[in-house]
Ligand binder design. Sequence first.
Ligand code: NI
Length: 432
Amino acid sequence: MREQLTEEKVFKDPVHDYVYVQDQTIWDLINTKEFQRLRRIRQLGTTYLTFHGAEHSRFSHSLGVYEITRRIISQFERNGYPDWPLEERLVSLCAALLHDVGHGPFSHSLEEIFETDHEEWTCAILLGETEINTVLKRVSDDFPEMVSSVIKKTYPKPIVVSLISSQMDADRMDYLLRDAYFTGVNYGTFDLERILRVLRPYKGQIVVKESGMHAVEHYLMSRYQMYWQIYFHPVTRSSEIILRQIFRRAQQLNSQGYRFRWMTNSLQQLLNNTLSLDDYLKLDEALAQTAFSEWSEEPDELLSDLCRRFINRYLYKYVTIENPDESLLSEVAAALLSIGLNPDYHMEIDYPFDLPYDVYRPEQKNGEKRGKAPILLLDSEDEISEISVKSDIVRSITGLRQGQYHLYYPEEPLLQNKDKLSEEMKKLFKLN
Ligand code: NI
């Protein structure tokens, strides 16, 4: 099952210095067209409009997750830990490399509008008629299924799943370091080498040697900072709102039988909600950007205005609102209507929040995503404890759910119609 390349291949990487490929299967997967497509999808979606360095792709992130996983496994193998199942190496590496292969352009925004799911697309790519499926099948007939079940987290050995999906997995460690590097902020850095050295396979899970606790604290604080400084940046959120409105408007026009001046087959299928796998694989950010540029000249004023805003970075402004209750929101909607705006598209309340670290609560309910496995420390007596029990710093951010409401709106029509607005509205929108 382990077919080695006669000569090791390397990719130069700004975060990990080098990414090493030793297996024929990994090399062949990287060279499939479905994997190469990830070069045309940015890792951070619209963040480049806020942090101009954030142009890195899902291709580089996927290689990075693979490389971190490879280093973890090779540390386990070098030390001969009996709790690491040696035969799981290749399936783990393939799952790490392919975990994001189903991402589309501006994934998270598109998923909300079209109710698609990148994880489902990932599995469709692994199991469907694709080059990736052909390469995986060369390992064994059931190998595509095995890799996809790691990604779906149903693989029978949880230790394999936890490598790429837990509260300190290869995925998170790569994106924090990579996003920090490309945005140019320093909050996201932490001592990856140190963390990799203190990971241990232990009774079917991955734990951290207690002496590595401070490196883990640093990692969790970095994550906390990155969420607030980068991922939830209000300007980035504004560009995401515009992007969602573009697709919402296009979808609405399409359902009303509107004839677009410019359209491609795959975009048409996206709007119709009838995407085949082949159509889906044709969607990338180059196509989306072309669509925005073409649609900025559509006769529908709402669509063309939204597209021009996105392309020219003429984003919505925002104000912070303490308590966005129904009566306030309907007053705002009425005020926008009175000056000819469409509250359906011209106002949006946003409330980003994140749990920097969460103790595992298996009974989570109401569609809330099941918490990911907690970080466990292993002490010299071979006792396991959950990290927030031992770390004051981690305890202080555990379960912390903080956030602020922001109201987004286009500023210039409000400025132009300032005189028609009530004093209360002028105060809310800071127009005085
Ligand atoms: Ni990822």
